[in-house]
Design a protein around this ligand. Structure first.
Ligand SMILES: [Zn+2]
Ligand SMILES: [Zn+2]
Ligand SMILES: [Zn+2]
Length: 508
């Protein structure tokens, strides 16, 4: 994960055409960075940077040399329109600052999601529309702050609702209308209450969000493990999967172990951020899609028999290559005949075994990024001092990004004027500057919710905090006492129910 920068973006120039572009690589990188048009175009060839393999040097050292010289794709974003601030993205239109999202329209600040329309601030949200600050939910409409909800409309600040409409501060409901704190209301009383809450006001909204993030989770029981339509799966947050061992956040996966954040991955081990196309027989891979029989690959799409490759597309039978398209029988970006490749490859493997490199993923020192720019820092935050001690690079705070906010944001969304889109705002939490786009303002006005006072990064961090850790503990069901395996650690205050007790509480 320390090799994956998802959401730290820079303005820089394309080193081929000179155009101003958005990139995950800052201007000071030793290698060249190309815009989409240049990278996929025919004005350059990654094989021109090929290196002859030297059996007397460690493979990782040689790969590091190749990394210094081979041009890289500015941002991993294919087949998108008006979405140049999106990374690890595919087929999006009019999207802004979304990461790991595919097939989306008019979406802002989303993460690991697909097929949403007009949604803002979300994490693992699918096929939803006009929703704000939702996570782990699917097919929701006109909703605000939902967690693990499906097929819901006009619901707010609620958790684990299925097929509900007009529910507020509710948890574990099925097929219900007009409920507040799980209690039924008449339609008139419900809307009267909703008006009293006045969520268009910033303070009221922030208080409701606190209720959603903290109180509700302690008040109502939670299920030990969240799995839907799964068979023989270990771990939390799985859907439509079979035979998973110690995995998290998987959809349509089978026979995998020690992986998280994966779609359609089969017979694989030790990997993360796998999707959107089916991958099979992979080990130690990150950010790959549609690959087969691959080892230790980072951001490779549609290929097979790739070993220790980075950013290779539609390639096969390559070893230690970077930025190849349609590559075959290449080692360190140098082209070989099939026979040469097949005789050299086992020798490299032998050398790697001797150097204790074989079978391992690239070490963090090979990362093109600073530790605090990467996904690793989201899961395992460390201080600058700790990072330096471990030999990781660190991104210093850029003082230009922290101007004082001059503009006083009105308390209520109805009083916010259009000119706010020209203001530079400062995050109340970290002080970092951010802006409100015109699409965003229209969205907040439409839903009647206040302008956020935190920057998109802090908002993302809040959602990550609501996600269970990717760890399993043994504890006892809070209702019947049997031993359960759960992502809620024993010292947490939630009432954690085994599957049977949860079903009893919700359906009976
Ligand atoms: Zn260019
Ligand atoms: Zn912030
Ligand atoms: Zn129980």
């Amino acid at each position: 994960m320390s090799l994956r920068n998802e959401r730290t973006l820079y303005q820089r120039k394309c080193d081929l055409c000179g155009k101003n572009i958005i990139s995950i690589y800052s201007q000071d990188k030793p290698f060249k960075v190309y815009c989409q048009d240049c990278f996929w175009g025919d004005k350059w060839n990654a094989l021109d940077f090929g290196m002859k393999y030297d059996p007397n040097r460690s493979f990782f050292d040689q790969f590091q040399g190749l990394m210094q010289s081979t041009p890289r794709l500015a941002i991993v974003n294919k087949k998108s329109e008006n979405s140049e601030y999106c990374n690890y993205s595919f087929a999006n239109k009019n999207c802004y600052l979304t990461f790991g999202n595919h097939y989306e329209w008019d979406c802002l600040y989303g993460h690991y999601s697909t097929k949403n329309k007009n949604c803002v601030d979300y994490l693992q949200l699918y096929e939803s529309e006009l929703s704000y600050d939702c996570l782990f939910s699917k097919n929701c409409y006109n909703s605000i702050c939902l967690d693990h909800c499906e097929n819901c409309q006009d619901c707010l600040f609620s958790i684990d609702l299925k097929s509900c409409k007009h529910c507020l501060f509710s948890v574990n409901l099925r097929h219900k209308n007009y409920h507040i704190f799980n209690e039924p209301y008449s339609k008139e009383d419900y809307f009267k209450k909703l008006e009293e809450y006045a969520f268009g006001n910033y303070k009221q909204f922030a208080e409701a969000k606190r209720t959603f993030s903290e109180d509700l989770r302690k008040k109502f029981p939670v299920r030990a493990i969240y799995q839907v339509n799964c068979e023989n799966c270990e771990g939390d947050n799985h859907k439509n999967s079979k035979n998973l061992k110690y995995c998290f956040d998987c959809a349509a996966c089978e026979d995998c172990a020690y992986g998280f954040q994966m779609d359609e991955t089969y017979d694989s081990m030790d990997m993360t951020c796998m999707g959107y196309d089916r991958s099979e027989v992979c080990y130690q891979t990150i950010g790959c899609s549609g690959i087969f029989n691959c080892l230790a690959c980072d951001s490779c799409w549609h290929g097979n028999d790739l070993w220790y490759c980075n950013l290779c597309f539609q390639s096969k039978n390559c070893f230690g290559c970077i930025s190849l398209q349609h590559g075959e029988y290449c080692i360190l970006n140098k082209k070989y005949s099939k026979e040469e490749y097949e005789s050299l490859m086992p020798k490299i493997v032998e050398n790697m075994k001797e150097n204790n490199e074989w079978g391992k993923f690239f070490p963090p020192k090979l990362s093109a990024f600073n530790y605090n720019e990467t996904v690793a820092h989201e899961y395992m935050p460390i201080t600058e001092e700790e990072a330096t001690k471990k030999g990781y690079k660190w991104k210093a705070k850029d003082k230009r990004e922290y101007k004082k906010q001059e503009h006083a944001i009105p308390e209520h969304i109805k009083d916010v004027e259009k000119s706010i889109i020209n203001q530079v705002l400062a995050c109340v939490e970290c002080g970092k500057n951010y802006k409100i786009t015109s699409a965003e303002l229209k969205f907040y006005k439409g839903l009647g919710i206040p302008i956020p006072r935190e920057c998109p990064d802090c908002r993302h961090r809040h959602r990550i905090k609501l996600r269970n850790p990717r760890t399993l503990w043994k504890r006892n069901c809070s209702e019947c006492g049997i031993e359960i395996q759960t992502a809620y650690s024993p010292d947490r205050p939630e009432k954690v129910y085994c599957g049977r007790c949860y079903r009893k509480a919700v359906y009976e």
